[in-house]
Structures are given as structure tokens and as C-alpha cells.
Design a protein around this ligand. Structure first.
Ligand SMILES: *[C@@H]1O[C@H](CO)[C@@H](O)[C@H](O)[C@H]1NC(C)=O
Length: 338
């Protein structure tokens, strides 16, 4: 029943293509004007590496917070994406894992580098929604919910080494190559859409890190090409996966905050390398993130495999474009945290 209802409600979502060429999905707020979501990344391992435990806790927290949707920050299917529309990994790593009622909501999903090693056209196909209507995966698109615009960006094509040193992997660059044209168009679309946005909160979502203290560290190409666009357009938050951990880093020369939520399955990399920005929180293990937005407040939280809240951070946004007028940070440093 839940499924039928969802299928119908997805059909009624307003979908339009903006002038800039990015598809926009309209989502409504709750009656009290708030929106609550979960963010998870780097998950599809058929339940192994604690994926099932994370999923179970997402179900519980999702119910408690009455979430509106889920954002997946990519690396949805390990090791090599989907083999095609009939790949059973889709059910085994997604439909049969995230079974809680509270998670029967749209999953707005971007691709990660591991997804690019499979049949990308299949993973992007709306035909998958006939198998599971929750899965809404596009390369780059916008989810608007009155007070907030989420700009979901396809970051894998930016990373030069996947093109020049693919090692034993094959990357599916159909509809992407040549790289230069693709990223130039994407940057232009992103800049245009950010300038056109009148939402109080502007949040950019991608698979790759901008700032990270874990195994992959910073993604130089994103710092070079994407970060300036974010800073000029007053983006509040950049949310990503790729590094299999949970972290919050504050930019030291802008109001931008970086959140990594890549703890959907395999974790515990045991790597820590600081960078010049301010590390607020780092947890090397599995887990996920929640974000509650109202017109004036953003509340973030990270949870581990037991559903324990590891860290909370809130920000008040009174004067759009200015530095936050009040920032309160509350860190509960858990085991494994530096
Ligand atoms: C699963 O989570 C527990 C608790 O954090 C951890 O001790 C264990 O190592 C994890 N298993 C894997 C395979 O990461």
C-alpha cells in the first residue's frame, strides 16, 4: 500500500527543466514549514559491511524525525555500478535493504565513481522506478522545497585520473565525453541556477569530497573548478560522500560548511590527514546524517550503526548572504573520534 501511494505521489511531483538545462523537482514542506532529510553515501554492498545495520537505524531515525526524503551521495552499487536494468544488485543492495516504512520516500541520488564503472545509462533509467519507485537518479538536477534549493552535481567527470589512469577499470563515459565540454557546461548551468535561486538555503550535493581528512582527502579538481562557483554564489553547505566516514569541516575564509556522509557500508579506513580548514567533527566508522531545515535554522546530526547520535551542529540564518548571525556548535565526541 505504501508503495502504491508512493508511486502515485511521485507521478504528481512537479518536474520541469530550467533554462539552464537542469531538471528541477519541486517538493513541498511540512505544514509547519520545515523539511527533514537523511543523507547516506557509499552503501550498495548487499547488506555487508554493516550496510544492513545502518539501514535499520536510518529507518528508526527516519521515523522519529518524520523525514521527507533521502539524499544518496553516490557509490550506490559496489564494486562496479549496475550491469544493466536487470541487475539484481538493485534489489539486493537497495530495495531489500532499506525496507523501513519511514524510508519509503523519494531517494534523490547522484552517481559516484564506482557507479561509473557499470552501465550508467541503466542506473539513470526511469525504468528502475518500475522496480522501486523511490530511486530517482540523475546526473545533475535541482530539488526545490520553497526555503531550500538542493543542487545535485555529477562530480565524477571532473576527476582527471578516471579518464587518464583508469587502471583495470572501465568508466562508462557515454553521454559525457569529451570531459572539457561536459564540465564547462555543467559549471555554467550550476552558476546560472545558483544565481537564479531565491531560496533561503542553497545546498550543493556531490559524490566527491571538497575538503576531507580521510583516505581520499580533498578533490583538487572540485576545489579548482566548483568551489569558486559555490563561494561566489553564497552556497551554505556542500554535502558529499566518497570518503567512508562522517565529517564536518568549516571553511576558514567563507561561511561554507562541508559535510561528508559516506558511511553507508564499508568504513574504518584508519587514515587521518588534517588540512587548512577547520575540522569540527570526524568519525571514521559507519553511519549517516540528518538535516532539518526551517526558514531560519539548519540542524545537522550524525548517527552511528547503533543509531547513537554522535554529533550535532546548528546554524541560524537570519541575514541571507552575510555570515551566520549565530552559530552554535555542540560536539559529543564519541569513541573513534579524534
Ligand atoms: C560494524 O560496526 C561495529 C560497531 O561500530 C564495528 O565494531 C564493526 O567493526 C563493524 N563491521 C565492519 C565490517 O565494519
Amino acid at each position: 500500500m505504501e508503495r502504491t501511494f508512493l508511486a502515485l505521489s511521485l507521478l504528481s511531483l512537479l518536474v520541469s527543466v530550467s533554462l539552464a538545462g537542469l531538471t528541477t523537482i519541486e517538493h513541498s514542506l511540512k505544514e509547519d514549514g520545515s523539511l527533514t532529510i537523511l543523507v547516506v553515501g557509499d552503501w550498495g554492498r548487499k547488506g555487508t559491511y554493516n550496510q544492513s545495520l545502518v539501514a535499520e537505524q536510518m529507518g528508526k531515525v527516519g521515523k522519529e524525525l518524520d523525514i521527507d526524503f533521502v539524499i544518496s551521495v553516490g557509490d550506490n552499487f559496489y564494486e562496479d555500478g549496475l550491469t544493466g536494468l536487470d541487475d539484481e544488485a538493485f534489489e539486493q543492495s537497495f530495495s531489500e535493504i532499506y525496507t523501513a516504512d519511514s524510508l519509503q520516500k523519494p531517494w534523490y541520488t547522484v552517481l559516484g565513481n564506482h557507479d561509473y564503472r557499470g552501465d550508467v545509462i541503466a542506473q539513470l533509467s526511469p525504468v528502475l522506478q518500475m522496480v522501486d519507485p523511490r530511486f530517482i537518479c540523475m546526473r545533475s538536477f535541482i530539488v526545490n522545497a520553497e526555503i531550500v534549493d538542493f543542487f545535485l552535481v555529477d562530480t565524477t567527470p571532473f576527476v582527471v585520473k578516471y579518464w587518464t589512469k583508469p587502471k583495470d577499470h572501465h568508466y562508462d563515459w557515454r553521454d559525457v565525453a569529451p570531459r572539457e565540454t561536459y564540465i564547462a557546461n555543467l559549471l555554467q548551468n550550476l552558476d546560472y541556477s545558483l544565481k537564479a535561486s531565491s531560496a533561503r538555503w542553497k545546498i550543493v550535493v556531490g559524490h566527491h569530497t571538497m575538503r576531507s581528512v580521510s583516505k581520499h582527502g580533498d578533490t583538487e579538481e572540485l576545489l579548482q573548478y566548483v568551489l569558486p562557483v559555490l563561494k561566489t554564489n553564497g552556497v551554505d553547505f556542500y554535502i558529499n560522500g566518497h570518503d567512508h566516514c562522517l565529517e564536518h569541516i568549516s571553511s576558514t575564509d567563507s561561511p561554507l560548511q562541508y559535510f561528508t556522509s559516506g558511511g553507508g557500508s564499508k568504513a574504518w579506513r584508519g587514515v587521518y590527514t588534517p588540512n587548512a580548514d577547520k575540522l569540527q567533527f570526524f568519525y571514521d566508522g559507519q553511519g549517516f546524517m540528518s538535516l532539518k531545515l526551517t526558514e531560519y535554522h539548519a540542524d545537522f546530526a550524525f548517527y552511528d550503526v547503533e543509531g547513537q547520535e554522535l554529533y550535532k551542529w546548528s546554524m541560524a540564518n537570519i541575514n541571507r548572504g552575510a555570515f551566520p548571525s549565530s552559530v552554535s556548535v555542540e560536539a559529543e565526541r564519541a569513541k573513534g573520534t579524534i
